[in-house]
Design a protein around this ligand. Structure first.
Ligand code: ATP
Ligand code: MG
Length: 197
């Protein structure tokens, strides 16, 4: 009896899933937005880079805000012929404390990102920490949205950063907000290689 009930439930579930899979027949480049205060935004983006590399896809990464910090993935991706990366040539904004300089550096990095977003040989573009550039008004949101809207039809884009604007949320196809429940740093554990950097 219990067995039969279980089987019927699984059959209904299978039917529902198969129907949903058949309905999802649109094939297009999507925008994934990863936001929120919890850890895991940039590393999730890098997880998708890893997936895309498995299919030999071409990837371009523009790193805003924390460009001078070398991470394990920077070292690894530098060896990947299918990945090109551009780094914003400034550290944390609270280190530089120079708005004009930071704005210039953001604009320079955005110029490179625009090239990626115009290049249909690039399958996936990662705009890491882009949200801050909008929030600090280093870049024009309207210009970013316009470029994203006019990118090659099959090109995927991943945007990361805390406090994503409402317009970015509206534009993106997939949006995840990562919630901060606990972070080791607050227990005075220093940033660990392979986990934080
Ligand atoms: P990650 O790169 O680890 O996926 P992230 O992109 O979600 O993190 P960022 O806000 O870009 O988070 O911060 C990058 C660095 O700060 C990482 O080393 C990350 O572990 C750390 N970090 C992220 N969230 C927190 C937090 N809530 N408290 C303290 N440190 C954090
Ligand atoms: Mg990040």
């Amino acid at each position: 009896m219990v067995e039969n009930h279980y089987k019927a439930r699984m059959q209904r579930k299978k039917f529902y899933i198969n129907t949903r899979i058949k309905q999802a027949n649109i094939d297009k480049g999507i925008i994934v937005l990863l936001t929120g205060n919890g850890k895991g935004k940039s590393s999730s983006a890098l997880g998708m880079v890893c997936r895309a590399l498995g299919y030999n896809m071409k990837i371009a990464i523009a790193k805003f805000l924390k460009g001078v910090q070398t991470t394990g993935e920077d070292i690894f991706l530098a060896k990947q012929p299918n990945v090109q990366t551009t780094y914003m040539k400034t550290g944390f904004t609270w280190d530089t404390q120079d708005k004009t300089f930071d704005t210039d550096m953001a604009q320079e990095t955005w110029g490179k990102a625009e090239q990626y977003l115009n290049d249909d040989s690039i399958n996936l573009v990662v705009l890491d920490e882009l949200t801050y550039m909008i929030n600090y008004q280093y870049l024009y949101e309207a210009q970013i949205i316009n470029t994203l809207n006019n990118r090659p039809k099959k090109q995927h884009v991943i945007i990361t950063g805390r406090v994503a604007s409402q317009k970015l949320i509206k534009l993106a196809d997939t949006v995840s907000e990562i919630k901060d429940i606990k972070h080791a740093f607050r227990a005075n554990i220093k940033a660990q290689k392979g986990i934080e950097l």
